[in-house]
Design a protein around this ligand. Structure first.
Ligand code: FNR
Length: 371
């Protein structure tokens, strides 16, 4: 269908399923084991309800914000998803270019199909990019990647901590990933890999399962970029990250692709905000320590719920992959435009003029927790 018939982010998924190569669909859509967490990620938002304010002047509404000190046209960023060329020959460039048009930050994955430099070169002057880091067993390689990224102007290093081993994504495992596959190209991947059990396994064998808290000192010694842990799932770990002086955490279960029965990021957010207030007197959103959430975000209302509960911004993954697979850059731009339109309408209906007006009293979370 033509792009103007797409009404929401869910639509991209339905179309991608029809038009994508089977292998690519399996890699993008799959999640771990019985995919319970993947479903829960989105379902958790259905348990949060709004408490809108009436008769606020919402002639003008503004949903722009700042993320780690950088302007963003909305409290959303394009999160890191590997192997963009499985879906489209231009791969992650579609995300860079669409991000530029809409003033949205892109997190470049370690396992991008395009080379890191290609994606940085494609950015517009002033366009902000982050880097997602898989830590290599060979720390010299990691050091080189990190220092190169800083030199190229990357504004935040998101270290993935939920993938000491790749989860079992059985849909993907049923697909053989062959060396001839042109879309397999990843410039920063690894050698001597098992290609017989799906894309994920083929590209991930270099990741260090020995990564530990003590290693963060080493990272602080090699870079000045803000450090963020991606994949935190309990308040105790968020507190530790804060105490170690990190810039933030992403409350995420990797789109349900790692530990099945991990909780949704939005529920973990409620726990983290409550405990960090209790233990350290922190309030959120917080300039010194950012809480990000990802997983299952498909509507501006989902984003608004996360913001109300204290998130600085949320990451969105699969919808942008489905958009680029179906329509290339135009698709990603359309996805971002849809989110903008949804923000405008929902801010008005909620009675919120700016992001600062989206406060905890705007949501009813009695169905999700007792924190
Ligand atoms: C991911 N994600 C991910 N995360 C990461 O830290 N490094 C990576 O290489 C990847 N690769 C990747 C590939 C694909 C196909 C998907 C769908 C996801 C996880 C990603 O950053 C994010 O946590 C989730 O995608 C968020 O969930 P949604 O928005 O996809 O539901």
């Amino acid at each position: 269908p033509p792009l103007d018939e797409i009404l929401n982010l869910h639509d991209f998924e339905a179309i991608a399923k029809l038009v994508m190569a089977e292998k690519a669909w399996a890699y993008y859509s799959s999640a771990a084991d019985d995919e319970i967490t993947n479903r829960e990620n989105h379902a958790a938002y259905h348990r949060i309800w709004f408490r809108p304010k009436i008769m606020v002047d919402v002639t003008k509404v503004d949903w722009s914000t700042t993320i780690l000190g950088h302007r963003s046209s909305m409290p959303v960023y394009i999160t890191a998803t590997a192997l963009g060329k499985l879906g489209h020959p231009d791969g992650e460039l579609n995300l860079t270019r669409a991000g530029a048009k809409h003033g949205v930050i892109q997190m470049i994955p370690t396992l991008a199909s395009c080379s890191f430099d290609e994606l940085v070169d494609a950015a517009q002057p002033g366009q902000v990019q982050f880097l997602q880091l898989y830590v290599n067993r060979d720390r010299d390689i990691t050091k080189r990647i990190v220092q190169h990224a800083e030199k190229r102007g990357i504004k935040g290093l998101f270290i993935t901590v939920d993938a000491p081993q790749l989860g079992r994504r059985e849909k993907d495992m049923r697909m053989k990933f062959t060396a001839e596959d042109p879309s397999e190209v990843t410039k920063s991947g690894s050698d001597g890999v098992d290609r017989s059990k799906g894309a994920a396994r083929a590209i991930s064998s270099f990741i260090d399962p020995g990564l530990k808290w003590e290693d963060l000192d080493w990272f602080k010694g090699i870079t000045k970029m803000p450090l963020i842990l991606k994949g935190v799932q309990r308040w105790e770990d968020a507190l530790k990250a804060y105490d170690l002086g990190l810039a933030g955490v992403v409350l995420s279960n990797h789109g349900g692709r790692q530990l099945d029965f991990a909780r949704s990021g939005i529920e973990v957010l409620v726990e983290v905000v409550s405990k960090l207030k209790e233990k350290r007197g922190l309030t959120f959103p917080n300039e010194k320590f950012a809480l990000f959430v990802d997983g299952g975000v498909r509507r501006a209302t989902d984003v608004i719920k996360a913001v109300a509960l204290g998130a600085t911004a949320v990451g969105i993954g699969r919808p942008f992959l489905y958009a680029l697979s179906s329509y290339g850059q135009d698709g990603v731009e359309k996805a971002l435009q849809i989110l903008h339109d949804e923000f405008e309408m929902n801010m008005r209906l909620l009675g919120a003029q700016t992001i600062k007006d989206i406060t905890p009293d705007m949501v009813d979370i009695s169905n999700i927790s007792s924190h």
